[in-house]
Design a protein around this ligand. Structure first.
Ligand code: SF4
Length: 437
């Protein structure tokens, strides 16, 4: 197996560091770390295997539960998931660094070419998967290992979804994501990049070709705010910018950047902008710091890169000749209504301008409503999320769905859990001959 070279964004532990960290683990019988993981990786189990120098066994424990365990080791918010639940926190000690141990354990198998899984003979059906993001890849890998023939259709020229195009490079770079995709392909998964369902292959063709279909299309881009001047050059979607950085096409040297939003994409964009040379970086958010959806550890990282937080401020319009040169904002505050509720309102007469050369929207991604409406019999809720049952089957009995298009946008590890569990349901249905009936 010839894996793509990676330039890892995290420093993977060496053997001595890993052994020292593994021996700190108390191997708790009730493993709160495992319960905090959406894919329920047996954390004390794989750490014990590291302690016994059984790296292959450790990788198997991780990858059996989470085939994207290598990327989850890098992009998961471990501070609030597994390591956040570690009992050592209660003892006022440093929690076990589960993410870096996981990265260490999976390194040789996922990126080094060490064979782990035997090829599985095809004994089942044919499954088409829409989208080669974390949900689609996890579903594809699990189905392949269960003996089904799987084809993944991806509109992008490079598979991997958010892992390849949308996470900050200081968490995981593009090459690492693409190397993990190669590992998934080595299991027997066929991926067709640059193949958009609905354009390059019709939905009807897809349904007719396969015994079952899994929809893992994630979310769309950030929709416009509808403000004056938004079409000026220099105003863009924060995710487009992150993809530019990941492809090595972004240099903001000397630029003044404002990012609008208070979630994880906003915090990634501001930090990333500072790291590619921006002179000043503002994060404009309409509420206070305690109400930001971004994780506290990511906010701290942004602060260490000199990002300036402009709280209680909402964008009003974009100004500039030829390209954006200022972002005009208004101050905001909560006002109490007669019924006791609090409403966020802008305060008249508080306009102010931020001099900028670039503004990025990170105010929440849209759903792929237009595409989802093309899927026959697949219903969505009023929020545009695909409705599924406990096995991730949609209202079309031949179609399953998972990941962000179902949960509205959570972590990579949540998408992996959906894809894996949907695969197990599809396997049960295909082997009972019930899919599509
Ligand atoms: Fe080890 Fe912490 Fe998990 Fe306990 S909670 S098993 S100490 S990682």
């Amino acid at each position: 197996m010839n894996q793509t070279m990676t330039t890892d964004a995290i420093r993977v532990m060496n053997r001595d560091e890993a052994l020292a960290e593994a021996f700190r683990c108390l191997m708790c019988w009730d493993a709160p770390c495992t319960r905090a993981c959406p894919t329920t990786i047996d954390v004390p189990g794989f750490i014990k295997q590291i302690a016994y120098d059984d790296l292959i066994g450790s990788a198997r424990t991780i990858l059996d539960a989470n085939i994207l365990g290598a990327s989850c080791a890098r992009v998961c918010p471990t501070e609030v998931l597994c390591s956040g639940a570690c009992v050592l926190n209660d003892l006022h000690e440093r929690p076990i660094d589960i993410g870096r141990l996981q990265a260490y354990a999976t390194l040789d198998v996922v990126f080094g070419g060490t064979e782990l899984f035997e090829p599985t003979p095809v004994t089942g059906g044919s499954v088409g998967i829409i989208g080669a993001g974390p949900a689609g890849l996890a579903c594809a890998a699990e189905l392949t290992r269960l003996g089904h023939r799987v084809t993944v259709y991806d509109a992008s020229d490079e598979p991997g979804g958010l892992n390849t195009h949308g996470v900050a490079t200081y968490k995981m770079d593009r090459a690492t994501s693409l190397a993990e995709v190669e590992f998934i392909e080595s299991l027997g998964v066929e991926i067709r990049p640059s193949t958009a369902v609905g354009t390059d292959i019709t939905v009807d063709e897809l349904i007719a070709t396969h015994d079952a279909v899994f929809v893992g299309v994630g979310l769309d881009g950030v929709p416009p705010l509808g403000l004056v001047g938004e079409d000026l050059p220099g105003v863009q979607d924060a995710l487009e910018f992150i993809d530019e950085v990941r492809r090595g096409n972004a240099d903001l040297t000397g630029e003044r950047v404002a990012v609008i939003g208070g979630g994880n994409t906003a915090i990634d964009a501001v930090t990333q902008a500072a790291m590619v040379g921006a002179e000043r970086v503002y994060l404009v958010y309409r509420r206070g710091r305690n109400e930001m959806r971004a994780y506290p550890h990511d906010i701290e990282r942004a602060l260490t890169h000199g990002v300036e937080f402009v709280h209680w401020s909402a964008p009003k319009r974009f100004e500039g000749y030829g390209s954006v040169s200022s972002l005009v904002c208004e101050r905001t505050e909560y006002q109490g209504g007669k019924d006791g509720s609090l409403r966020l309102v802008t305060i008249e007469g508080t306009e102010f301008s931020l001099p900028v050369t670039r503004v990025m929207r990170a105010t929440g991604q849209a759903k792929h409503v237009g595409f989802l409406n093309q899927l026959p019999g697949v219903e969505t809720d009023p929020g545009g999320r695909v409705i599924v049952d406990g096995g991730f089957r949609t209202t079309n009995p031949k179609m399953w769905a998972g990941g962000d298009c179902v949960n509205g946008g959570k972590e990579v590890v949540n998408a992996v859990a959906h894809g894996r569990d949907a695969a197990r349901d599809i396997d049960r249905e295909l082997r009972s001959g019930a899919a599509g009936k």
